[in-house]
Design a protein around this ligand. Structure first.
Ligand SMILES: Cc1cc2nc3c(=O)[nH]c(=O)nc-3n(C[C@H](O)[C@H](O)[C@H](O)COP(=O)(O)O)c2cc1C
Length: 191
C-alpha cells in the first residue's frame, strides 16, 4: 500500500517561489510508486494567527481551524516541509502552522527541504530544532536548494525546474527512501 506524504508549502507571499519548487517535488515523488502526495499550501489553508485558549500540549484547539488542521496532519504517514529562508529563519506562517499542534507532530517522519542563497541552511537548522523538540522523526537527509547558483531566471522565477533542479533529485530520492524506512519502523512499533 502506498504511503501518504504531505508536502507543506511554507511561504505564502504573493509571487513566491515555493509553488514551482513544490511542483518539482510533486513530479519527483510521482516517480516513486511507494508514495501518494498531498500538497498542503499554507496560503490556501490560511490558518488564523494562533489564538487557542489552551496549549496544544493539552490537545488540539477547539476552533474549526485547529481541529481540521490537526485532522489533516494526522491523516498522513509523513510530512515534507518546504521552506525558504527568511532572515536566517523560516517564514512566520509556517511557525504558526507548526505551533497549532503538538501530539500530531510526535513520531511523525519529517523531511526538510529548504531553499535560499546557500540553500537556506539556517532555516533548515531552525526547523530541525523545532521538530526535534516536538519529537518528530526527522529524516536525516534533507534537501537544501541553493537559489543563488544560476537557478533563477531574469524575473526571479525558475524557468525549467526539471533541468535546473536536477542536482537535487538524488538527495530528494534519498530523503524519500529514508521516509519509507521511518514509516516501516513506525508500523512495526505500532504492530
Ligand atoms: C523577508 C525575506 C527575508 C529573506 N532573508 C533571506 C536570508 O536570510 N537568507 C537567504 O538565503 N535568503 C533570504 N531571502 C531570499 C529568499 O530565500 C528568496 O527570496 C526566496 O525566493 C523566498 O521564498 P519565497 O519566494 O517562496 O517566499 C529573504 C527573502 C525575504 C522575502
Amino acid at each position: 500500500m502506498s504511503k501518504k506524504i504531505q508536502l507543506i508549502i511554507g511561504s505564502t507571499r504573493q509571487h513566491r517561489l515555493s509553488p514551482s519548487i513544490a511542483n518539482w517535488i510533486e513530479t519527483q515523488v510521482a516517480k516513486n510508486d511507494d508514495f501518494e502526495l498531498e500538497v498542503l499550501d499554507l496560503k490556501d489553508i490560511n490558518l488564523p494567527f494562533f489564538n487557542e485558549p489552551t496549549s496544544p500540549s493539552m490537545g488540539a484547539g477547539t476552533s474549526d481551524a485547529a481541529q481540521s488542521w490537526a485532522a489533516k496532519i494526522s491523516s498522513a504517514d509523513a510530512v515534507i516541509i518546504l521552506s525558504p529562508e527568511y532572515n536566517a529563519g523560516y517564514p512566520a506562517p509556517l511557525k504558526n502552522a507548526i505551533d497549532y499542534l503538538k501530539q500530531e507532530w510526535r513520531n511523525r517522519p519529517v523531511t526538510i527541504v529548504t531553499y535560499g542563497f546557500g540553500g537556506g541552511l539556517s532555516s533548515a537548522a531552525q526547523l530541525k530544532q523545532v521538530f526535534t523538540r516536538l519529537g518528530s522523526a526527522i529524516v536525516e537527509s534533507g534537501v537544501a536548494i541553493d537559489i543563488g547558483a544560476g537557478i533563477l531566471n531574469e524575473t526571479g522565477g525558475i524557468s525549467n525546474p526539471e533541468t535546473s533542479l536536477l542536482q537535487y533529485a538524488a538527495p530528494l530520492a534519498t530523503a524519500l527512501d529514508e521516509i519509507t524506512a521511518h514509516v516501516k519502523v513506525e508500523a512495526l512499533v505500532v504492530a
